[in-house]
Design a protein around this ligand. Structure first.
Ligand SMILES: *Cc1c(COP(=O)(O)O)cnc(C)c1O
Length: 447
């Protein structure tokens, strides 16, 4: 029996849920002083990264950029990266003259698969880039062991993974360096900003640009104001009047062949024209440390609340045979920053949810080994391809009410049970799903 669909407020895919105390420093941005910015930043992080240096960055991607500059890699050196990834990361490697080697991911965590990694190490390999994607901890001790055995550098992409732990330790200090991001789509946000975490050896080799986060508020104003407005329009109370109708309009424009506008509001995660320029983004501002500090105080509570929301959503979705849930905690404890779910028809499901005003993203990330923009490095990674085609990101923020959860799950149940033609369809798609997924699993356990 179908439960009736509850009426609901519109739900964004993500929102920051900032309290007045956390938001305050951003509003007072012009009055923050930059004296001692670096020292304050290091104090902020000393508890989480006791034996590392921590440096403020304009964005998370700058951390990788400056790491690559300091790491002493030569053009043509190979960097092993998970194929299921954010294209910007791969783009940065190319701009540094490096050769990306796409490695498959684990079917249940979407993180770098150490077995495929070991197979793809070559005499030209110099570095491994491991991503704790969706905030799932990767199998980082096994990856670090492979790096040590082959004398490879290890860099962790922790853009999603603040508060994610492996054997009780915050991820990001298992290798030589790591990046964190405080963009508006992330778990903790200062409306931009990022962090490089690195060991003393790498720190000693960093160039001047990496060590100088000076920024001018007035020069950067439009960048910051734009991010602020987008973040504000994603607040659930406002979303239904601001971002949601805007996104609906942009989808309509998209369908008529003018995708340019959408890029501003809901950035495409596969933009072939993207080129990184470390100087073109607004810098790290003193107010960001105060905003981050206030959020760090309740990070653990927020993660606990998000995990409760994810548990409630997944308990409902587990009853749908079409869907497959990921194993967030397989290698440690995830921070529940992204809720990805495997669906046989992720595109169609996304359209159903969007039609009800529920934000979601069927293409949060891609199998980069199949993207046209990386054609010279094309690679066949069956699990990454599966995940890229089928995993959809659902809303999962800390303050989702029971009604919100009911609305989300109810909309998904409707999509599969009511919409298109009853039991026959259900059985077919279930079978198709089962087969495809079994293949993905086989690949990862055989490899
Ligand atoms: C957001 C993100 C980054 C980079 O963060 P920015 O602050 O936007 O530069 C890196 N990797 C992944 C997987 C991300 O999602």
């Amino acid at each position: 029996m179908l439960r009736p669909l509850p009426r609901t407020r519109r739900l964004p895919t993500h929102h920051l849920g900032l309290s007045a105390r956390e938001l305050g420093p951003a509003l007072l941005a012009p009055f923050h002083r930059s004296n001692g910015l670096q020292a304050r930043f290091e104090r902020l992080w000393a508890g989480r990264f006791p034996d590392r240096r921590t440096l403020p960055m304009p964005l998370g991607r700058h951390a990788l950029w400056f790491f690559l500059e300091a790491a002493g890699l030569e053009p043509g050196d190979e960097v092993l990266v998970p194929a299921y990834n954010y294209y910007v990361i791969v783009r940065l490697l190319l701009q540094r003259g490096l050769v990306p080697v796409f490695v498959d991911v684990e079917a249940d965590t979407a993180c770098l698969d150490p077995i495929d990694l070991a197979r793809k190490v070559s005499p030209r390999s110099r570095m491994v880039l491991a991503t704790h994607i969706f905030g799932h901890p990767a199998n980082i001790s096994e990856i670090a062991r492979i790096c040590a055995a082959h004398e490879l550098l290890l860099f962790e992409d922790c853009a999603h993974a603040l508060g994610t732990t492996y054997e009780g330790t915050q991820v990001g200090s298992f290798g030589n360096g790591s990046l964190f991001s405080f963009g508006i789509w992330k778990l903790i946000s200062s409306f931009g900003g990022g962090m490089l975490v690195c060991d003393d050896e790498l720190y000693a080799r960093l160039g001047r640009a990496a060590l100088d986060p000076r920024a001018s508020l007035w020069r950067d104003f439009s960048d910051l104001a734009g991010r602020f407005m987008i973040a504000l329009s994603m607040r659930p109370g406002l979303y239904g009047f601001t971002a949601e109708p805007m996104l609906a309009l942009l989808r309509r424009l998209d369908e008529r062949g003018s995708p340019g506008l959408r890029q501003q509001f809901a950035p495409n995660k596969d933009d072939p024209d993207y080129r990184f320029d470390p100087n073109e983004r607004s810098g790290y501002h003193p107010f960001m440390s105060a905003t981050i500090e206030a959020q760090l105080e309740r990070l653990e509570a927020r993660i606990a609340a998000r995990r409760t929301v994810v548990d409630a959503i997944e308990a409902r979705l587990a009853e749908l045979p079409e869907l497959r849930l990921l194993a967030h905690d397989r290698h440690g404890r995830a921070n529940a920053s992204y809720l990805g779910v495997w669906a046989p028809d992720s595109e169609a499901l996304a359209r159903s949810l969007e039609a009800r005003g529920i934000g979601c993203n069927p293409h949060e990330f891609f199998d980069c080994g199949r993207l046209a923009q990386f054609a010279p490095f094309a690679a066949h990674n069956p699990v990454a391809a599966e995940i890229s085609d089928h995993v959809i990101r659902l809303p999962s923020y800390a303050d989702m009410s029971e009604r919100d959860i009911d609305a989300l799950c109810g909309a998904i149940e409707h999509h599969y049970r009511a919409r298109s033609g009853g039991a026959r369809h259900r059985r077919d798609s279930g079978e198709r799903h089962g087969r495809v997924h079994a293949r993905a699993w086989q690949t990862s356990s055989q490899s």
